[in-house]
Write a protein that binds this ligand. Structure first.
Ligand SMILES: Nc1nc2c(ncn2[C@@H]2O[C@H](COP(=O)(O)OP(=O)(O)O)[C@@H](O)[C@H]2O)c(=O)[nH]1
Ligand SMILES: [Mg+2]
Length: 330
């Protein structure tokens, strides 16, 4: 039954490989050069040019992720960074162009077969090239937009969504990165996340059958939400689709530069904003100050409480993986 867990996820972000989207001139240059290799300036050239435009544009269209199957985390980020409606519109324009080019080629081939001499044939060929060029130029902006969308989408970090994902929250300097480093098997990787200039830290932990990912998110869950613009807020809330657990780290020593009042107020805000996700509160830097509190007290520098976190995570992963199996069975 555990093999259920090995199923490929509905959507694997890492499998997206969008090729460079050529500009209108690049496409035309490529297809007309190829068509010119056909011996006579007759119907075969028209056919070759229109077939190649069709194939090239179709390849671009199909290489974009199917937006309906996109995991909600990626869909939200794709919408924020690229704009899903804009992307759909541009992909639609490519399709329109393909169909129009094919229509032009059908008409021109019909015509070229019925003209008497080679002079007239060349004229028809020129005319059909002109119409195809104009059609491809009409989608110039869409091609440029799709190529920039490709680059933006590529920058969204890939996370294996089968794994249990733990997001570490808390003000800067409370010890989030330290905690990720201590818990990770191996060196954490760095990645970018839209709307934060800082790099996020991704640590891996070999737990359960699928493993766990720990994410330290500088610039995201580390200051009050009221200071964010709507787009930043949405980028933050996209994490809701990602996180299975949030660990909120407090620093009662206040060595981080933020008072407990500030830290607790941010915590309350996140508890409310992410109410659907389990949250654990931990107090770090117990080597400096340990206070009487119901929260787990830890010290990243002295490795205090780390084994307890690991034990709790083992249990959490076991429960979550069981739920994953159950949800896949029904
Ligand atoms: N005394 C003490 N310092 C710590 C502890 N954990 C982290 N620090 C220090 O706090 C500073 C900020 O840590 P960092 O992990 O970068 O915090 P982040 O900004 O929340 O990721 C660093 O200088 C750490 O060495 C701890 O348990 N005790
Ligand atoms: Mg950090």
């Amino acid at each position: 039954m555990l093999n259920q867990l090995d199923q490929t996820p509905l959507f694997d972000w890492r499998s997206i490989q969008i090729p460079t989207i050529l500009t209108a001139d690049e496409i035309l240059d490529k297809v007309f050069k190829k068509a010119a290799r056909k011996t006579e300036p007759g119907p075969t050239r028209i056919q070759s040019a229109s077939d190649n435009i069709n194939v090239t544009l179709k390849k671009f269209e199909l290489s974009f992720p199917s937006l309906n199957n996109l995991h909600p985390f990626y869909r939200e980020l794709a919408d924020l960074t690229v704009g899903i409606d804009k992307m759909k519109k541009s992909l639609g324009a490519l399709k329109w162009c393909r169909h129009s080019v094919l229509r032009v080629s059908r008409e021109s081939i019909e015509k070229i077969r019925n003209v008497p001499g080679s002079k007239e044939q060349i004229e028809v060929l020129r005319g059909s090239y002109g119409r195809m060029s104009s059609l491809v130029h009409q989608i110039s902006k869409d091609l440029v937009f799709l190529d920039s969308a490709r680059r933006t989408l590529k920058a969204i970090p890939s996370v294996d969504l089968n794994k249990t994902i733990v997001v570490i929250a808390g003000f800067p300097n409370v010890g989030k990165s330290q905690l990720v480093k201590i818990l990770s098997t191996g060196k954490p990787a760095v990645a970018s996340y839209p709307f934060t200039t800082k790099k996020i830290l991704l640590g891996h932990m070999e737990l359960g059958r699928l493993g766990m990912i720990l994410i330290d998110t500088p610039g995201l869950l580390d200051r009050p939400l009221e200071k964010r613009n709507p787009i930043e807020k949405q980028a933050i809330y996209a994490m809701e689709h990602l996180a299975n657990l949030i660990i909120f780290l407090l620093d009662p020593s206040e060595e981080c530069g933020f008072t407990m009042e500030q830290q607790e107020s941010l915590m309350a805000e996140l508890q409310q904003g992410f109410s659907r996700i389990p949250q654990w509160i931990m107090e770090n830097k117990s080597d400096i100050l340990e206070r009487d509190s119901p929260n787990l007290s830890i010290s990243c520098t002295e490795h205090k409480g780390i084994d307890t976190i690991k034990e709790r995570l083992v249990e959490f992963v076991a429960v979550r993986e069981k739920e994953v199996i159950r949800s896949r069975l029904f």
